[in-house]
Design a protein around this ligand. Structure first.
Ligand code: GAR
Length: 208
C-alpha cells in the first residue's frame, strides 16, 4: 500500500483514547506524514471522542444497538469510514470486532493495537490473562486486522517486563506507555514508506 501524503487516518475508539491522543500529537508535526481525518466510536460519552473534538477532528458514533443486526452495524460503520477516504484505519482500543463488509472494503489497511505479545493472550483481557498465566515478559502488538480475534499479520511488537507486585491495572498502564510509542512509530512509518502484507509477513516500503 502506498498512502497519500499526508496519509489519511481514521481512528476507531471505545474508551479513554490515550493511543488516539498520541497519534493526534504526532500528526501535529507535518513531517510525521499523516493526519487524523475522523474518529469513530461504538459508544457515546467517552474521553476518546472528547479528545478528537478538542483537536477539531470530525467524530461519529455507530452503536450496535441502533441497528437491526450486527451486519447492518458493520455496513453503517464501513460506509461512514469510507466517506472519509482513509489510507489506513487504526483500531485504538476499539472493543468491537469489525465484520466481513468492513474487511472487504479496507482489507490490508486496518491495524489494531493489542496489549499483549501475540499470539499469546488474545481478546479483551490481555494484561490480566498474561498476569494470571505468570509470564515474566509481555507487551503489545500492532497487527493487520483479519477475520480472527487478534490473529492478523504482525507489524510491530514491544516487550514489557512483568513486575512481582503488578496488578492487571498497573501492568496495563505500563504496557500502554510502550504501546503508544509503538503505535506512533509504526503508523508514521507506514504512512511515510507504505507497507506490504504477504501471507503472515508484513514489510515496510523502505525495507529491502
Ligand atoms: C489499549 O491498551 C488497547 O491495546 C486495548 O485497549 C486499550 C485502549 O487504551 N485494546 C484491547 O484490549 C483490544 N483487544 P486507550 O483507549 O487509552 O487508547
Amino acid at each position: 500500500m502506498t498512502p497519500r501524503r499526508p496519509a489519511r487516518l481514521v481512528v476507531l475508539v471505545s474508551g479513554s483514547g490515550t493511543n488516539l491522543q498520541a497519534l493526534l500529537d504526532a500528526c501535529a508535526d507535518p513531517s510525521y506524514g499523516a493526519r487524523v481525518v475522523a474518529v469513530g466510536a461504538d459508544r457515546d460519552d467517552i474521553e476518546g471522542l472528547a479528545r478528537a473534538e478538542r483537536a477539531g477532528v470530525p467524530t461519529f458514533v455507530r452503536k450496535v444497538g441502533q441497528f437491526t443486526s450486527r451486519d447492518h452495524w458493520d455496513r453503517a460503520v464501513t460506509d461512514t469510514v469510507a466517506g472519509f477516504e482513509p489510507d489506513l484505519v487504526v483500531l485504538a482500543g476499539f472493543m468491537k470486532l469489525v465484520g466481513a463488509e468492513f474487511l472487504t472494503r479496507f482489507g490490508g489497511r486496518v491495524v489494531n493495537t493489542h496489549p499483549a505479545l501475540s499470539p499469546s493472550f488474545p481478546g479483551m483481557r490481555g494484561p490480566a490473562d498474561a498476569l494470571a498465566y505468570g509470564v515474566k515478559v509481555t507487551g503489545c502488538t500492532l497487527f493487520v486486522v483479519d477475520a480472527g480475534v487478534d490473529t492478523g499479520p504482525i507489524v510491530a511488537q514491544r516487550a514489557v517486563p512483568v513486575e512481582d507486585d503488578d496488578t492487571a491495572d498497573t501492568l496495563h498502564e505500563r504496557i500502554k506507555v510502550a504501546e503508544r510509542a509503538m503505535l506512533v512509530d509504526t503508523v508514521g512509518r507506514m504512512a511515510r514508506a507504505g507497507w506490504t502484507v504477504e501471507g503472515r509477513r508484513t514489510r515496510f516500503g523502505d525495507e529491502g
